[in-house]
Design a binder for this molecule. Structure first.
Ligand code: DGJ
Length: 329
């Protein structure tokens, strides 16, 4: 009798689990700030995200985290942006060599992957803090792969043109030139540097964008203008986002009021920017992506995905409890 009960219990649990997994597979909306499971029913663990689109598939790269420590760079894939399959770790820390730049115990943050048309290589840039050095190394690092999901091979890490480099993004312009945008001088400056043609190192074209103590850069180009959303610098705590606009990447960046609207917009909806994702095949469709950091449990920090719309030429990110891509139709 007792064992019969056990079997019924087990089947009930298995049934509920399969319902949960099935429900996730059939996801058709975004629920900002809520738990987001992958196609296997596990919490998506890919923070400080960056994205690449290729052959009808989106790839989501992000920090894989334990409660606090860095486990490497995770990659997920999706055809519809709602349902994500875990493709494993694209880049692993190195075990058994504590002197290695990416020795296990290092911190890998805000990974961004771009594809180089000339070399046919996938190039990953990320913010690297070295094992046992807190946030003092302030380096950028690069890894390369032949396949989008990796494995990525570490190439090198350094301070670009001698400058400290923490929060960052990379951006490929219409002509194929790539740029690294990074917080420097203890985060007081935001700088931009052009990458080499193979995207594997920095050129000397490296200049100050503005010195307003900003980090968490996320950029798009829309109708010939560059829009750059950033956060203030308050560690893991949320703060007010800002947007800067310029006609040129090296140009005159003008600060505009925050584009965020709705409850807690003044603290970025309790989050911090990481990326603005253009939705392929839809005109003027962008998704503003942020992390809602849980510093004691980074693995489970939720994601905030919200539509970024242009209203009379001005970018607006309005809070929504849930939404789907049909709003771009
Ligand atoms: C804020 C940054 O934006 C995050 O990526 C991370 O580096 C934290 N600071 C660490 O305190």
């Amino acid at each position: 009798m007792k064992s019969e009960f056990g079997i019924i219990k087990l089947f009930t649990i298995l049934f509920l689990l399969s319902v949960a997994v099935h429900a996730q597979k059939g996801r058709k909306e975004f629920t900002p700030g809520k738990e987001w499971l992958d196609t296997e029913g596990q919490v998506i663990n890919a923070h400080g995200a960056g994205f690449l689109f290729e052959n009808g598939t989106y790839y989501w790269f992000g920090e894989s985290r334990a409660e606090r420590s860095s486990l490497g760079v995770a990659v997920y894939s999706s055809k519809d942006l709602y349902n994500w399959k875990n493709e494993g770790l694209a880049l692993n820390p190195v075990d058994g060599d504590d002197e290695h730049d990416i020795a296990r115990g290092c911190v890998m943050e805000r990974p961004k992957v771009i594809f180089n048309e000339k070399t046919g290589k996938y190039v990953m840039w990320f913010h690297l803090e070295m094992k046992g050095q807190g946030y003092n190394a302030a380096r950028v690092a690069v890894a390369v792969a032949d396949q989008v999901v990796g494995p990525y091979n570490f190439v090198t890490s350094y301070r670009p043109n001698g400058n400290m480099s923490r929060d960052m993004t990379v951006f490929v312009d219409d002509d194929g030139s790539a740029y690294h945008i990074y917080s420097s001088r203890d985060n007081y400056d935001l700088r931009i540097a052009k990458l080499s043609d193979d995207y594997l190192h920095h050129t000397a074209q490296d200049s100050l964008m503005f010195g307003e103590h900003r980090e968490a850069p996320a950029i798009i180009k829309h109708e010939g203008l560059y829009y750059l959303i950033t956060s203030g610098c308050t560690g893991w705590k949320p703060n007010d986002a800002s947007i800067h606009v310029s006609e040129s990447l090296f140009g005159n960046w003008k600060r505009k009021p925050s584009p965020l609207r709705g409850p807690h917009a003044n603290i970025t909806f309790d989050g911090q920017s990481t990326y603005i994702l253009p939705v392929l095949g839809k005109k003027d469709a962008y998704i503003f992506i942020a992390d809602r950091w849980k510093p004691q449990d980074l693995r489970n920090s939720p994601y905030i995905w919200l539509p970024l719309e242009f209203d009379s030429g001005e970018p607006i990110v309005q809070w929504r409890d849930s939404w789907d891509l049909s709003m771009f139709d």
